[in-house]
Ligand binder design. Structure first.
Ligand SMILES: C[S@@+](CC[C@H](N)C(=O)[O-])C[C@H]1O[C@@H](n2cnc3c(N)ncnc32)[C@H](O)[C@@H]1O
Ligand code: SF4
Length: 389
């Protein structure tokens, strides 16, 4: 495998991405709910679906200081900050920002100031166009998307974290174009219908149309979209080299929470550092999205990122697989500003162009399917592979 890697890395683009990721080093990540409070109650929000707000955030600020010191001593270097609504607790956010690489995810209703947070990646949630978003998140009255657009106008820290739904794929073009026109970046997430809204919000309908629209969005804005078609495919189909997404394979489980004891022993890779902390900063939960969540409803992009990342070896069989793996890792590091953001953004169109070329080649030779080979199916030597070698 070492020699294959060396061959792949003769390619300047792959080499550059690989070197930068290596220079930054491995991530030791945790998830922290910075507060139990929220100024919205979005329909189907996993946090309130499992009453995670019952774990109250400590009123004594000293608890956060101690927490930070403990996590630094443990080697933590990256924090996903969620909640509740993090923008309600800027002083706590600032303490975390000053000590770790982090991404904060916000509903966008409140501005996050520049001063003190200059280089902080901000994921702003949106769940559809103005009508859909108002319906799902704004009690049918507040146009949350519109307010967020205004709050983060021309803010280069802002990356829209667009939670898409199967029946609303037709909204993607307009939502993305508005986010880009607002001077921001875009990535995607997939709605898990935990409160059984059904119909167009029902994840079991599949995200094929959504993925087609994501592809089109990438073609329109290759300098602004921080997601690859491969990531979208793995997250939305829950398939990776013959594995099927579920609790048994999910790598982002709290490694030392008793609830995960059997999972940790089952032989599938897991993040050996990861903990998902409840707002009390003392207790942990099973995984990023709860204790009891049915994993077949989980399309959380961050935990699927980790799934792909931890399967590097499986991606070394072909240059295409390796490119998919490396671009996944690189886009994660880039979006989270772990590698140089300005330099990385300049590479983005070349990355998307490369991925498109690989996919076009694939559709020209559909019989050569790397996933089939990797999942143990026999490779038929009569297939025409000359286009690949
Ligand atoms: C629980 S929220 C907390 C942060 C912040 N209050 C916000 O809304 O962005 C974290 C992320 O989970 C996403 N989310 C919540 N429920 C979800 C669901 N059922 N399916 C997919 N994403 C969901 C939100 O859109 C948001 O991006
Ligand atoms: S704003 Fe965030 S935490 Fe609050 S209800 Fe909506 S998704 Fe949940």
């Amino acid at each position: 495998m070492g020699s294959k890697l060396k061959t792949y890395l003769r390619d300047p683009l792959l080499n550059q991405m690989f070197s930068e990721v290596r220079k930054a080093g491995p991530l030791k990540s945790i998830l922290v709910d910075i507060t139990h409070l929220c100024n919205l109650r979005c329909q189907g929000c996993y946090f309130f679906a499992e009453d995670l707000d019952a774990y109250k955030a400590p009123s004594d600020e000293g608890v956060l200081d101690t927490f930070i010191e403990q996590e630094k001593a443990r080697g933590t270097n990256y924090v996903t900050v969620v909640g509740g609504e993090p923008s309600l607790q800027l002083d706590r956010l600032k303490k975390l920002y000053d000590n770790f690489w982090l991404v904060v995810v916000t509903n966008g209703l409140r501005k996050i100031p520049y001063d003190g947070f200059e280089n902080m990646p901000i994921g702003i949630s949106v769940w559809g166009d103005h009508e859909t978003d108002t319906h799902l998140r704004g009690y049918g009255k507040i146009d949350v998307f519109d307010r967020s657009l205004k709050n983060f106008k021309d803010d280069p820290r802002a990356i829209w974290y667009y939670t898409t739904t199967p029946g609303n794929a037709h909204e993607i073009e307009s939502v993305v174009d508005q986010c880009v026109a607002n001077g921001n970046y875009v990535t995607f997430n997939f709605y898990g219908d935990v409160s059984s809204l059904g119909e167009k919000f029902d994840h079991t309908r599949g995200f094929e149309k959504v993925r087609r629209e994501i592809d089109r969005a990438i073609q329109r804005h290759p300098d602004k979209i921080l997601m690859s078609p491969y990531i979208a495919e793995v997250v939305s189909t829950g398939e990776l080299f013959g594995q099927k997404w579920g609790y048994d394979v999910c790598p982002s489980v709290t490694f030392d929470n008793e609830i995960n004891r059997e999972r940790i022993k089952n032989g599938h890779p897991y993040n050996t550092h990861f903990r998902a902390y409840n707002p009390d900063l003392k207790t942990t939960r099973r995984c990023s999205v709860g204790n009891e969540r049915d994993c077949s409803t989980c399309y959380d992009v961050y935990v699927h990122f980790a799934w792909i990342m931890l399967h590097m070896k499986r991606h070394l069989h072909t240059e295409k697989d390796f490119t998919n793996w490396l671009t996944t890792v690189y886009l994660f590091y880039l979006g989270n500003r772990i590698v140089d953001f300005e330099a990385g953004i300049k590479l983005l169109p070349s990355i998307h162009e490369r991925l498109k070329t690989l996919r076009d080649e694939d559709s020209a030779f559909p019989s050569f399917n790397t996933h089939m080979i990797a999942s143990g199916q026999t490779f038929n030597a009569s297939h025409n592979i000359s286009g690949y070698v």
